[in-house]
Write a protein that binds this ligand. Structure first.
Ligand SMILES: Nc1nc2c(c(=O)[nH]1)N[C@H]1C(S)=C(S)[C@@H](COP(=O)(O)O)O[C@H]1N2
Ligand SMILES: [Mo]
Length: 316
């Protein structure tokens, strides 16, 4: 039997999605309704971007590379979230009983201002933005998503890391009663992920609370998840309960599981194959053709400098 929790907003309100677009948002209109269609890859030029106060439908947005967003349906029915099962449709099917409210987030470790917060208090200082990001899964599929969230950098700044804080470790909740996949040891629970502190403060790294202008559905990591668009999708840890500032590189889940196949950095790199398949191409959800995978998922301009001098074949 399929048990699904009703969404936060009635489905009658979902289409068309309206959003009050802010100038800081990394979103732009599709050529159809926009002023200019020519965009240089990766540029954040204002050309073709909506002006402040303009009402925009999420369906009409594009990524920086001019790719249309995937549908809400695609984004919320084809997921990886092993806490709810290993199949792509398992998270949507099995996450109904999960309760993302109330929620507590703990910030601890090498920071001047640690704390334990109700989610509402945790989020209060930050301004949410809508940003269209491409996501590339290590399994060679990709999806373009209008996420809603705020830069992880804003949080890092706020909690005042000490000199010993070299990495962040972010941890998913453990609730086998509500997360049927956690009753099996397919992975070590809790799922955890890590970023180096410079990666965590890169303006692209986003703490996400919503998609398509709505609260995250359970299958996408309600109520709080990470999105690091230049890295493989598994870095985007879902349903976060703890953010710890540490001195040592955290042993993230997939690396701990299989160090030969998954590394700590997990930067999207078409030149470094996974041991069992090439990473040179990808299939966008909703398309049949193969697309070429771009270095750093197309975000090189904003992130390549962080890895200058590193051997990316060794640090994959
Ligand atoms: N806690 C947790 N977070 C997770 C996963 C998971 O299994 N458990 N899967 C990861 C993988 S492999 C991917 S590709 C993305 C998928 O995010 P999406 O379902 O929103 O597209 O979530 C990541 N975050
Ligand atoms: Mo993934």
């Amino acid at each position: 039997m399929i048990i699904r929790r009703p969404p936060d907003i009635a489905s009658s309100e979902i289409t068309p999605e309206q959003v009050y677009v802010d100038r800081r948002s990394f979103i732009r209109l599709a050529a159809a309704g926009a002023a200019g269609a020519a965009m240089t890859p990766g540029s954040l030029s204002a050309l073709g971007r909506p002006s402040r106060g303009q009402q925009v439908r999420f369906e009409d947005m594009e990524s920086e590379l001019g790719e249309p967003v995937n549908s809400y349906e695609e984004i919320t029915t084809y997921n990886n979230f092993y806490e709810f099962g290993t199949g792509k449709s398992d998270p949507a099917r099995n996450s109904g009983p999960f309760k993302p409210k109330p929620w507590t987030v703990t910030v601890e470790g090498h920071v001047a201002k640690p704390g334990e917060y109700h989610l509402e208090d945790f989020l209060a200082p930050y301004k949410l933005e809508d940003r269209v990001y491409r996501m590339r899964c290590v399994e060679a599929w990709s999806v373009v998503v209008p996420w809603r969230g705020f830069p992880l950098a804003d949080l890092v700044k706020r909690v005042e890391p000490t000199g010993s804080a070299k990495f962040l470790e972010l941890t998913t909740v453990v609730r086998p009663d509500e997360m049927v996949g956690q009753r099996y040891r397919v992975l070590e629970w809790p799922y955890l992920e890590g970023l180096r502190i410079d990666e965590a403060t890169n303006p692209l790294a986003l703490l996400v609370t919503g998609v398509y202008g709505r609260d995250l559905p359970n299958q996408n990591g309600a109520p709080l998840r990470l999105i690091v668009p230049w890295k493989y999708g598994f870095k985007g840890v879902k349903s976060i309960v703890k953010i710890r500032f540490v001195e040592e590189m955290p042993r993230n889940t997939w690396w701990a599981m299989n160090a030969r196949e998954y590394g700590f950095f997990a930067n999207v790199n078409p030149e470094v194959s996974h041991p069992r398949w090439s990473q040179a191409h990808e299939r966008r959800l909703g398309e049949l053709r193969r697309r070429e995978t771009l270095m750093f998922n197309g975000y090189g301009e904003q992130v390549a400098h962080m890895y200058a001098g590193m051997d990316l074949h060794k640090w994959f």
